[in-house]
Design a protein around this ligand. Structure first.
Ligand SMILES: Cc1ncc(COP(=O)(O)O)c(C=O)c1O
Length: 374
């Protein structure tokens, strides 16, 4: 993947904000609880290694990733902390995970049966976190019988696997309505009853659970979106401690021109100038993760809201300017510019999605620039 180092479109990542957000959560942990930083998907678009380093400095004692390769990238960079792969994996990958001390989520007995001979042959032990599907419907053992079977296998394959953890994931910990959360928590507690000896790690908390259900079980918080300074509920609930958003998306005007009344802008002639208008062009497009559905949304040019006119192109967008601006004028797509701010939440609302998607959709082509604001 080629990074666009020679253009003015950048994601500016405030590592000071990430440090602050992690440290705040660490200070809220109960005795014996740990925080694992969720750094999957290029740390939600913020950059895997810089985020992992600052999260560790702020008190994270482990990491969660989605892919084996993300875990390998952390190991290659020298991280020695526990790393849990949250997704399920092909048993054929068991050896590489064990060689690199990556812990794997297991939600199916067949994984254990298939991986065991490979591990035996390589004389390696793989750390396993059993996933419990208490209501998310995604991965994990859904009932006590299935869990019992998995525990039986772990008893049998003691040389091949270390039973390191048990976890579940809540579907609606970020909601005002708590009945489904409570139902899942009850299911979890029921399933835990059949485990004779609990493993080192028992965990169920994502950011929302840690924020609004901190009394629930578990000795690890898998802290994701809060680390990046965004409220997991969007605007439904208020975070207990103010978070600091860590990402700004900025660029510059690369072309400014006046078009005559009646001129059309962009592919498909979807915008017609209703008078003589100043149009600015900005080097960002859907190939950078700036969705095509953002036509009609605004960006900040020199602190002023300017509408995106015409279709979002692969590499560029056009905006209507209130007057002529100089080429090189700063543009903010997410963040503060002058007296105004555009949040990732507002971008998400406009395209009917969640801020998680907005930030993690920024492609590798957008250069990440790191700053530290106190
Ligand atoms: C299993 C699991 N745990 C924790 C997280 C982190 O969630 P959040 O970013 O809401 O804290 C995720 C994120 O998708 C996840 O899938």
């Amino acid at each position: 993947m080629v990074v666009g180092r020679h253009r003015e479109t950048k994601a500016v990542i405030d590592l000071g904000a990430i440090y602050h957000n992690v440290a705040v959560e660490v200070s809220r942990l109960r005795k014996g609880q740990e925080l694992f930083a969720v750094v999957k998907a290029n740390a939600y678009g913020h950059g895997l290694l810089p985020v992992a380093r600052v999260a560790k400095d702020a008190g994270a004692s482990g990491f969660c990733v989605a892919l084996i390769d993300e875990g390998l990238a952390l190991r290659e960079a020298g991280f020695t902390e526990p790393i849990l792969i949250l997704g399920v994996n092909n048993p054929l990958e068991a050896v590489i995970m064990a060689q690199n001390d990556l812990s794997v989520s297991v939600g199916d007995v067949s994984f254990l049966d298939s991986a065991a001979p490979l591990l035996r042959q390589s004389q390696l032990k793989l750390k396993v976190h059993l996933a419990l599907d208490t209501g998310m419907g995604r991965i994990g053992f859904r009932c006590s019988n299935d869990l019992r079977q998995a525990l039986g296998r772990l008893d049998r394959y003691v040389e091949e696997f270390e039973f390191a953890g048990l976890f579940t994931h809540f579907a609606s910990a970020d909601s005002k309505e708590t009945y489904y959360f409570e139902q899942q928590l009850n299911n979890l507690n029921e399933m835990l009853k059949i485990v004779p000896t609990l493993p080192r790690y028992v965990h169920c908390a994502n950011t929302a659970t840690a924020m609004w259900h901190s009394g629930s079980v578990g000795n690890v918080v898998r802290y994701g979106i809060g680390m990046y300074g965004l409220n997991p509920s969007g605007t439904e609930l208020t975070e207990p401690k103010k978070l600091r958003p860590a990402l700004e998306l900025v660029s510059q005007l690369i072309a400014v021109k006046q078009v005559q009344k009646g001129a059309t802008i962009g592919y498909g002639e979807t915008y017609l100038a209703s008078s003589d208008e100043w149009i600015g062009t900005i080097p960002i497009g859907y190939a950078d993760g700036w969705s095509r559905s953002l036509q009609g949304f605004s960006v900040l040019v020199d602190g002023q809201y300017c509408e995106i006119v015409g279709r979002v192109c692969m590499d560029q967008i056009m905006v209507r300017l209130p007057h002529q601006f100089k080429v090189g004028t700063k543009v903010t797509l997410i963040g503060t510019n002058g007296k105004n701010t555009i949040t990732a939440q507002q971008v998400a609302d406009y395209v009917h999605t969640i801020h998680y998607e907005v930030i993690s959709a920024l492609t590798e082509r957008v250069q990440r620039v790191y700053v530290w604001n106190e």
